[in-house]
Design a protein around this ligand. Sequence first.
Ligand SMILES: Cc1ncc(COP(=O)(O)O)c(C=O)c1O
Length: 414
Amino acid sequence: VTEEPSEPAPPRRAPFAPIPAWAGPTTRLVHGARRPDWNAGALVPPIYQTSTFRYPAEFSESAARGGPYLYSRIDNPTVEIPTERLRQLEGAESARLFASGMGAITATVLSVVGSGDEVVTVGALYGGTTDLLADLARFGVRTRGVSSDDPTPPSELLAPATRLVLLESPSNPLMRVHDIAAWGDAADRAGAVLVVDNTFATPINQNPLALGADLVVHSATKYLGGHSDLLAGAVAGPERLVRRIDPKHALGAPLDPFAAFLLDRSLKTLALRVARQNESGRRVADALAAHPAVARVHYPGRAGPRDEAIAARQMRGRGGMVGLSLAGGAPAVDRFLRALSLVQVASSLGGVESLASVPAVTSHRNDPPAKRHALGIDDGFVRLSLGIEDPEDLVRDLTAALDAAGPASPAAPL
Ligand SMILES: Cc1ncc(COP(=O)(O)O)c(C=O)c1O
């Protein structure tokens, strides 16, 4: 009897090549997720655009766990690469990527809370997150909001039923900063989980896990993707918590291999982009504050001495998001947006092009006006996401649009 030559076992997934402990964040972004796979010598790994993988017949699914790839909802080599880059960047034990930021946030929240639990939110949140929490009331999950200005120490604001504390820092769209260390400590004592949405800061400017958060989430659609051409979400933290959020179990919303390829390409330049955006943020915030058409500037640390102290403590850079309230209200907003020539009017943020958006008609459109006003989002509010253009060009474009919007030109056509 001649024996059939048995097919060689498929290579088990290769570990990532070690990178020296002294490598800095930018070096890690470039070299931190290298694998020894030969892949025809390609410097850039290919896109494994496949839903499934071949494996020897004798491997049952359970026997193969941790071995060959099986199915792209569970695992895909292209998706693993930006996952590893982000894991290192957030200083996490484990990370997972999702099809969108809301996919990551929904899976994270559902992995923590159950019927009878309370969620505490700190300050304003992205409208989609607020909507999700409101919807969870149907399943017996209650949400209680705490104001960014509440002087009570966080440890006195949590109740026995509090399972989850959720905050953004800086927050969308008011750029308020929240004390991650204090909230992390309070959550620990109360047996709750602190989840920080780090979308606006990015891991270049702030690492919530190092400050005391249990989990960090991102809309990777924003700065991590960086070019307004993909949707993605991420969560990172200790394996014991991240395991429960795995996209293969919760919601089935893993990242697609092609989006993962784009995300990985973008992550390599994240530190450079954010450095420029930090610089533009600072310069634009100063220029806006000096303009008579602007009633208020919203920028991390500017809301008062408490915000400034927290920002100085927990952020390495303040980011490229700036809010402004135009003294002339909604009519001035129309004139301002029409007069912009470089800055594009669009929702979303974090890309290379500067964008202006109006939260009242985008992220917070589902909030009734009274609630929006109570949050501090008045009718003259415009949110800017600064891109990587020359900072002086942004200042020039925005200043010219403010000149057109300001009280000095009330007769400008609407
Ligand atoms: C702070 C923040 N978190 C989460 C999200 C949701 O992310 P995605 O749009 O990728 O689902 C957004 C989107 O705008 C956001 O601004």
